[in-house]
Design a protein around this ligand. Structure first.
Ligand code: FAD
Length: 509
């Protein structure tokens, strides 16, 4: 057991943690960051390459003996490993998250979507929306290196047939579509197709990590923070809970090995503590600390307003659409539909039905890159969450539970059914029941949000109510749903919070 003292401690290295670390180090502050997953870049990338979707190795999966992805073949391993994609299973919901330095940026699809202004206002009534549109969203996009797929490339590459078919089918059903920016470099992708560079997005890499092409956080925010010389990252450091001390906080840490076994215990004392373990991780740390660390001053809202961003995975079986010609489908020489045997893993288009008040949704047109034509259209539909769930702590198992029942996802399922029915009516096809019972997967969560909400559990800048020098700048701040893929919003909110914290609490302008 060792004890250390530091000034500024950041727990978690996803979007919230990376933004906090960059801005603090740029303000001249030394920062120590703790991450429970691996630093995938260390020792020359010893634990890489990351796995593709078809032949995953044990570095694909966080401490389980088989892969846990929603619709891919299951692979089994001899040994558990601190792999990059975790699935946390709760009673009615399975939450996915990235593990390692870079957090969710290591495993996500890279879609950098700005929410609807009106919905952002509805979700955050006390924030200055124009300030976000003028400053924080553009800043987040710049730092994250967001780019857009060139129209001429999109129009002709076989790797985006699935997206073009998805768009034209949506139009036929009367829906509007949008092209979605991404952090994956489309210059790189074009070179992949030309066989000029090693393939990544075009070689079925994404949820188990991308070996090339994606500008994940270790190449953007975290790289810049490390370059200041003031950031030190400790990987395989899993925080259990923390406690208030005379001068700040004592943080109790398990140091683990790559099989997840605890090899050392540490207490790290800090003055300023930044919780950025993601919606689930941060809420869990707070609730565990309330129980084990006797931190009883938290606001009563802690654990409330949790949601899955209205996520639902759904699909359409297109076999009976085989003889329908899809309009504008230039590469479709044999007049059949289908989504193509070649598919990029990086989604770039969405169906935007947000303005329909009765059925507001945003559907990501998702790839299903199996390497063969599977005649299946896949969508990740994102919805409002009118009845959010809650997170509570169960001391008997030293873990949280997510209280998530039918009432919490009823709206989401209804919207997905409406969407799929309309698509099938216009284009042919049936719900893809082979993939999920009933073809709708409301128990899948890629976008956990909330639990320690801005303006409720914290003040309007992420300062935790009831305590001093205790901050949150991650997805836990966003209540239940933001209506689009969330990391751009999480980054923008983190930028906004940390600016105020550095200016006022650190007196650095
Ligand atoms: P995270 O990025 O989850 O970071 C939290 C970090 O804290 C993690 O690295 C974690 O290992 C660490 N941690 C947790 N607990 C502890 C602890 N106790 N001790 C130490 N460290 C800890 N969003 C989009 O906007 N676009 C997309 O295309 C997209 N696709 C996705 C695809 C998948 C498969 C998944 C899983 C998510 C996707 N998301 C996408 C969601 C997005 O990645 C998350 O919303 C985002 O990463 C959340 O950021 P965060 O900073 O709140 O937390």
């Amino acid at each position: 057991h060792t004890e250390e003292n530091v000034e500024n401690l950041v727990i978690g290295s996803g979007y919230g943690g990376a933004v906090a670390a960059l801005r603090l180090t740029q303000a001249g502050k030394k920062v120590v960051m703790l991450e429970m997953g691996l630093d995938w870049e260390k020792e020359g990338g010893k634990y890489k390459p990351f796995s593709n979707l078809i032949t995953p190795k044990n570095n694909s999966t966080w401490l389980k003996k088989s892969t846990q992805a929603p619709m891919m073949n299951i692979a089994h391993f001899n040994k558990k490993f601190t792999g990059v994609l975790d699935r946390m299973d709760y009673e009615n919901i399975k939450v996915y998250a990235g593990r390692g330095v870079g957090g969710g940026s290591l495993v996500n699809g890279g879609m950098a979507v700005q929410p609807k202004k009106s919905y952002f206002k509805e979700i955050f009534p006390n924030l200055n929306v124009d300030e976000f549109w003028d400053n924080y969203f553009p800043l987040a996009k710049k730092e994250l290196q967001v780019n857009e797929i060139p129209e001429d490339y999109y129009a002709q590459t076989p790797y985006y047939k699935f997206a073009r078919v998805g768009e034209s089918e949506a139009h036929k059903a009367g829906f509007e579509t949008v092209r979605v920016p991404n952090v994956y470099s489309f210059d790189y992708m074009k070179k992949e197709e030309g066989d000029e560079v090693p393939k990544s997005a075009l070689a079925k890499e994404v949820i188990y990590g991308n070996n090339h092409g994606k500008q994940s956080l270790e190449k953007t925010y975290l790289k810049k923070a490390i370059q200041t010389g003031l950031l030190h990252i400790n990987d395989l450091h899993r925080v259990d809970y923390f406690q208030e001390t005379e001068n700040g906080y004592a943080v109790f840490v398990d140091v683990i090995d790559t099989e997840g076994l605890v090899v050392a215990k540490k207490t790290i004392n800090c003055k300023n503590l930044f919780l950025n373990a993601g919606s689930i991780g941060t809420t869990k740390l707070l609730l565990t600390s309330r129980y084990k660390g006797k931190m009883t001053n938290f606001d009563a809202s802690l654990g409330n307003d949790w949601g899955n961003n209205g996520n639902i995975m759904t699909g359409r079986n297109m076999v009976n659409t085989l003889f329908n010609r899809v309009e504008n489908e230039t590469t479709n020489t044999n007049h059949t539909t289908g989504t193509g045997s070649k598919q990029s893993t990086i989604p770039v288009s969405g169906i935007d039905n947000w303005e329909d008040k009765e059925h507001s949704f945003f559907a990501e047109i998702s790839p299903l890159p199996m390497g063969v034509e599977v005649y299946t259209a896949l969508y990740l539909v994102i919805n409002k969450v009118p009845t959010p769930g809650t997170i509570s702590y169960d001391p008997t198992v030293n873990d949280i539970q997510i209280n998530w029942e039918k009432k919490n996802y009823k709206h989401t399922v209804e919207n997905a059914k409406y969407f799929i029915k309309k698509m099938n009516k216009a284009n042919g096809g049936t719900p893809a029941g082979l993939l999920w019972k009933g073809a709708y997967g409301p128990d899948i969560c890629y976008h956990p949000l909330g639990g320690a909400v801005l303006g409720k559990t914290t003040d309007l800048y992420g300062r935790v109510k009831g305590y001093k020098n205790l901050y949150i700048t991650d997805g836990a701040l966003v209540p239940a749903s933001i209506g689009v893929n969330p990391f751009l919003t999480i980054t923008a909110i983190a930028e906004y919070c940390i600016k105020e914290i550095i200016k006022n609490d650190y007196s650095v302008s």
